[in-house]
Design a protein around this ligand. Sequence first.
Ligand code: G3P
Ligand code: MG
Length: 268
Amino acid sequence: MQDAPSFEDPVTAPRPHPYTIAHRGLSAHAPENTLAAVRAAQRIGCQWVELDVQLLGDGTPVIWHDNGVRRCSNSRGKLIKLDLAKAKTLDVGSWFSDAFRGERMATLEEMLELIGELGLGLNLELKVNRGRDAQALVDAALPMALKALPAKQLVVSSFNSQALEAARDLQPDVDLLRLGLLYEKPPRQWLTEAERLKAYSLHVDWRRLKEKRAREIKEAGYQLLCYTANDPVAFARLWPWGVDGVISDDPSLFTYHLPMPSEMRAIR
Ligand code: G3P
Ligand code: MG
């Protein structure tokens, strides 16, 4: 009798994360990077969310994308000018819609507690905006995230190589910290970077990804995530390249547009 094949069946093998991750929470339907957006994501069945973290002026890590607060709050000015007390007076929901009036900026601590309660996975993006200190962000945010979530429920990513280096220095064990390299377009030397940082994944802009690069990334054994895709029909041509997941403002758009088993088998 023949031995059972030793490879994992790509159709039935357990996956480290789902095909879709909610970008800034369910940001198509709730104010981005808020507790409400994460609750909304969980309510529609998302198992993972992507969120941005950076520091207030007093060093508190908060879930926020921009350098300033004008776009996503009822105030204006730079995030670095705010301490926690001041930040908590901002309304970060009504810019999106009246239904979210009174929503408050979430600290990383509050967000981690919610994610733990809801049993979600988190792709935490270390957002180092212009003029901000990557090391300070890592020192404040990473220990908190590592303590709050099991290693398999957390991927820490950044566009900023200093932040990624600081994160890897803080936790050198690849089983305890999964690091994601964020690129608009992976550069020629992506593999050197990935090996140096002992990366887990690459997160790339789906519009700039080429099949050759996607296959190289997969052949080298990395997870490949694409951001930020909201057009599942246009995205469909990428699945056969071995893409592992898509970061979307509305993952429900992808419900009927996930890779077919035949495409998954063709990848190996
Ligand atoms: O992490 C993927 C994506 O969030 C990166 O871009 O600007 O939306 O944080 P941005
Ligand atoms: Mg982000």
